[in-house]
Ligand binder design. Structure first.
Ligand code: ADP
Ligand code: NA
Length: 332
């Protein structure tokens, strides 16, 4: 039996979005308060699988740390760190590169989406991304990984890698990690296209709400969000064929700590002209304290660097013995 332990990460590949906040960070904060040991990471090694300007990467890594802290990750309760400062991630990832099979990687939908038709020109790191993610998780023997819907397949692959390692070496060393995908906003969609997830890497800034957007920007993006012309339904079934409407209601439910059915009991029958300003007010009320605190922290980069430097030391205390034992099992 493995002691319950939580790990998750976010790429510092751009500003944090509302999708990251509702699908990931809010869940991270909940788990931090559950009494289980929690480790949260800026996964910069993942970010560079697609080109990152070095100065932008440095700034975005600090900004992500500020976002975590401003949204409620408490460095006294959670280990908060930067992936590249714990070299054991890359070391274990290499072992897993020898365990994972090419065919497993080729089936990953994120690989297919991100490499697209130009796979020959994608980086080798982008292809191997899920093996590094497995290393992130298993380096701490993490039993639970809170993620958005889009990462479910990668957590399943992590289990496949753990199972094959355990089987090949005849050990019961790595746990079968569970994804934790909960809440009303496990998949926040683009505001411009109800078939695409909201992402920091979407070229259109109007497609997403950034955690650093001010009240005017948030209200403007919600006002311009694509919707249909019908009034809101009274119950969740009425959203089945209406992805854009469903997305806005999901966001409202998640921001108000409610669920879709209760929200629709209140707002069913209203037009978007009425609902959008309600959603904008709610989003501003919930997000502006976070963006204000992020801005304050960004004025104190030394404070951020000290927190994540200490976090890396703490993370290594767990990681080092697990990597050493892995090497021993492999015969190194
Ligand atoms: P991005 O897709 O914005 O680059 P990451 O790949 O760094 O984000 O994902 C970090 C975490 O945020 C993951 O747990 C991911 O599932 C979650 N996440 C990202 N986008 C969304 C979204 N639109 N809705 C819900 N969760 C999301
Ligand atoms: Na992602």
């Amino acid at each position: 039996a493995f002691t319950p332990r939580v790990f998750s990460g976010i790429q510092p590949s751009g500003g944090l979005t509302l999708g990251n906040y509702l699908g990931a960070i809010r869940r991270f904060v909940d788990m931090q308060e559950s009494g289980i040991q929690t480790l949260y990471c800026m996964v910069d090694l993942h970010a560079i699988t697609v080109w990152q300007d070095p100065d932008a990467l440095r700034r975005q890594t600090r900004e992500l740390a500020a976002g975590y802290i401003a949204a409620g990750i408490d460095p006294a309760k959670s280990i908060l760190f930067n992936q590249s400062q714990v070299p054991e991630h890359a070391q274990l990832a290499w072992i897993f590169n020898t365990v994972a099979r090419m065919g497993w990687m080729q089936r990953m939908t994120q690989w297919k989406d991100k490499a697209g038709k130009n796979a020959q020109n994608a980086s080798l790191g982008l292809f191997a991304y899920p093996a590094l993610m497995a290393a992130d998780i298993l380096l701490y023997h993490a039993t639970h990984v809170p993620v958005g819907e889009d990462q479910k397949q990668h957590v399943e692959l992590t289990r496949d890698i753990a199972a094959k390692f355990n089987h090949d070496y005849g050990v019961d060393f790595f746990p079968m990690t569970e994804p934790v995908i909960e809440g009303a906003a496990t998949r926040v969609m683009s505001l411009r296209d109800g078939s695409k997830k909201m992402s920091k890497s979407d070229p259109s800034d109007m497609s997403r709400i950034n955690m650093t957007d001010d009240a005017d920007a948030i209200a403007n993006k919600i006002r311009k969000a694509r919707t249909d012309a019908d009034a809101l339904p009274g119950e969740p079934d009425g959203l089945a064929e209406r992805p854009e409407a469903r997305n806005l209601v999901n966001i409202y439910a998640a921001l108000s700590d409610s669920d879709v059915a209760s929200v629709l009991r209140d707002v069913g029958g209203r037009q978007f002209s009425e609902f959008k300003p309600m959603l904008a007010d709610l989003a501003v009320a919930k997000l502006s304290p976070i963006s204000t605190e992020m801005a304050r922290l960004m004025q104190a980069p030394d404070e951020i660097d000290a927190i994540i430097g200490a976090g890396a030391q703490e993370a290594r205390k767990i990681a080092t013995p697990i990597l050493e034992k892995t090497y021993d099992i492999v015969g190194m």
